[in-house]
Design a binder for this molecule. Sequence first.
Ligand code: ATP
Ligand code: MG
Length: 285
Amino acid sequence: MNTLKIAIQKSGRLSENSKKLLEECGIKFSNGISVLKTKAYNFPVEVLFLRDDDIPQYVEQQVADIGILGENMVYEKDKDVTVVEQLGFASCRLSLAIPREDTYNGPSWFMNKKIATSYPKLLTDFLSNNNVTAEIEEISGSVEIAPGIGLADGICDIVSSGSTLMTNGLKEVETLLKSQAVIIACKNLDEEKLAILNSLLFRIRAVKNAKENKYILLNAPESAIDRICAILPGMKSPTILPLAEKGWCSLHSVVKEDQFWERINQLKEAGAEGILVIPIEKMIR
Ligand code: ATP
Ligand code: MG
């Protein structure tokens, strides 16, 4: 039987979450430190462990059929692959930063300056869109120390909290790209591989939906049910069960994680009591 080859990062900021995602999709595989390739026991996929920089090229050439990596790397490498799903982890941005004490007056600050980066393509695009000529110093890691050691005037690098910039006396002045982990796929997948990819995507969406939602249970007087139902737009309509205490019922529904604090206050005001909020493992729409 055909298998779908999935490339994930061997070790780094994406690897744990990539493995966790496959595991949450019910895909079991062994994962020794020195293993570079492994077959799943219970799903027709093979997992390849690679450096993230190499994944776009391998997917373009169909050494791997699909890959999990950051959008920053996908757009920097600019290979002929398709982004098929956003995964919601490894959120970060590609930004320009300059020494904290300097005054920033817009992209022209970089005119005729030297910028250290591991993202020469995305930086070149930004500079040319802003009609700025600058020298690009391509380095592969520890970019933030470049201004401090006199290698460059500014940097273009991945930022999440900004604390690394701060420790190195830098400030963020422009965001070139917002990024998260995505799945990329080769453009020439045959029908069998496409079918495996679709069943994998089905599972991934069920896991993602579950994470974005919470199961909520509460007790309320029957007279409050209409108001509470209006606050809780569930999957269809909330489940309402009678309680042993006359005039009271228990109501079950699903709420979006990012709305639930706001909804919980509204629910209490409407008369809800004993509110429980429970994680959902999988959610199929
Ligand atoms: P490799 O050895 O595989 O080339 P790397 O050192 O180039 O790894 P990592 O630092 O592990 O790469 O980052 C991998 C990806 O994780 C980045 O391309 C980016 O999408 C994301 N990422 C990087 N830094 C952060 C961060 N601080 N917070 C969240 N995500 C990040
Ligand atoms: Mg890398």
